[in-house]
Design a protein around this ligand. Structure first.
Ligand SMILES: [Zn+2]
Length: 134
């Protein structure tokens, strides 16, 4: 008797998916914050480079990419947390704008989706209009 059209088994499946996404996102943040992943075993041996003007620029570009990636991951984490909270509250699968059930196929593609396709479209149009004028 759920208004979302999702039964307990489906909800549990989405919960597992979201928990997995959350772990992956947290790992990604961790890797970014603690150096670049692969070689975190030799933290003591810091590489000593002297003349790296080009590398500085590259490092700066890399740093900006890292920051952008972190921001995206943080947003994704936030959405995943909201979706998990909504499962607990029994509101998962309902659009936060029009409160209609979200298409299950959409949820499968985007387990953290908060809006139905229609409202998401409206939301993104409004956001891009507010962001990029002219
Ligand atoms: Zn909607």
């Amino acid at each position: 008797m759920s208004s979302t059209g999702l039964d307990a088994a489906a909800l549990e499946q989405f919960r597992q998916l979201l928990l997995e996404m959350k772990r992956a996102a947290a790992d990604a943040v961790d890797a970014r914050l603690h150096g670049h992943g692969e070689h975190r075993h030799d933290e003591a041996g810091l590489p000593l480079h002297k003349e790296e003007t080009d590398d500085d620029a590259a490092a700066e570009t890399q740093r900006q990419a890292d920051v952008a990636h972190l921001a995206r991951t943080a947003t994704a984490l936030h959405e995943i947390e909201s979706a998990l909270a909504r499962i607990d509250e029994g509101e998962y699968g309902l659009c936060i704008d029009c409160e209609e059930p979200i298409d299950p196929r959409r949820l499968q593609a985007h387990p953290a989706a908060l809006r139905c396709a229609r409202c998401q479209g409206v939301f993104e149009t409004l956001r891009s209009r507010a962001g990029a004028r002219g």
